[in-house]
Design a protein around this ligand. Structure first.
Ligand SMILES: [Zn+2]
Length: 294
């Protein structure tokens, strides 16, 4: 008992939710602010600093150069999960089932050799089937190939904020970065609370969350601050492999079109009439960023 009491005292954030980081696309780029290698090193260093292992949902077409493959090898060596996000990043709702299936296998052929390759699959744009036939067909295909769904629970628009930042820096190299950091952190915190709210409302508990972000300049600059923010707010940072063990990730919400955040889908299946469609998009951020001249 005294040992448990001591543990309670020393565990700083016992009552916060838990969140893992998942990173999509790996469209590693050289840019105005930082080179490809600098960006990648900074993202890896932020994860290292907080002692967490992420899940890398890799798009095959982006990793075909020796340089990017070498960088991805460092993710693998550091113990991050390497997972499948298709080869060509097609929108499943605009792609035939058979074509989509081949695209998944084409990505696996590239990443299957990594030690930490894991059969988790994430749909590009989180579009998981526009018809019953496709939604159930791809479920059967993925099961047959030993894949589980690499669901997102906290969806957001980091990709859009990053693209605005990059084009601003292209025009004005000495643009102050702080306002972008502020906008990004506030955005993610707002979305995290929103999706965590869906979790407590519809599941009666705080699930282990999977936050979706991308390999981009924004995260090269601010992932460290973002993870620090979650800690400060009392959330626990956990490994992606731990988060994906939450039984919520086995749910198969009966909704069409299928996709978006898993929590969005579960809420939709329960008839939540307040959901935005889609759950996240640049249109929700555009006017706010315009107003702030970001
Ligand atoms: Zn993607």
């Amino acid at each position: 008992m005294p040992k448990l009491f001591l543990m309670l005292l020393l565990t700083p954030h016992l009552y916060g939710a838990r969140v893992a980081v998942t990173i999509d696309d790996f469209a590693m780029r050289n840019g105005t602010a930082l080179s490809l290698v600098q960006r990648d090193k900074r993202i890896l260093a932020a994860l290292e600093k907080y002692h967490i292992k992420a899940a890398a949902f890799v798009t095959g077409k982006y990793i075909q150069t020796p340089q990017v493959m070498e960088r991805l090898g460092k993710w693998d060596k550091s113990g991050h999960l390497i997972a499948n996000h298709t080869f060509s990043h097609p929108n499943f709702h605009k792609t035939e089932l058979r074509v989509f299936e081949q695209d998944i296998l084409k990505c696996e052929a590239l990443i299957g050799k990594f030690v930490n390759f894991t059969r988790l699959f994430r749909f590009p744009y989180l579009k998981a089937g526009d018809t019953r036939e496709k939604r159930d067909g791809i479920r059967r295909f993925l099961e047959k190939h030993g894949y589980k769904y690499g669901h997102v629970t906290i969806d957001a628009s980091d990709w859009y904020i990053s693209s605005r930042l990059e084009s601003k820096l292209d025009r004005t190299a000495n643009t102050p970065l702080e306002p972008y950091k502020r906008y990004y952190l506030d955005h993610i915190w707002e979305r995290a609370q929103y999706y965590n709210g869906l979790s407590t409302r519809y599941l009666g508990r705080e699930i282990d969350h999977t936050l979706l972000i991308h390999h981009n300049l924004l995260n090269a600059l601010f992932l460290d601050d973002l993870l620090g923010m979650f800690r400060e707010k009392g959330w626990e940072l956990i490994d992606a492999a731990v988060a994906f063990k939450d039984p919520v990730f086995d749910s198969k919400p009966n909704v069409l079109p299928a996709g978006e955040s898993l929590l969005w889908s579960l809420a939709k299946a329960k008839g939540d009439g307040s959901l935005r469609q889609p759950g996240e998009d640049s249109v929700y951020e555009k006017h706010r960023m315009d107003e702030r001249q970001l």
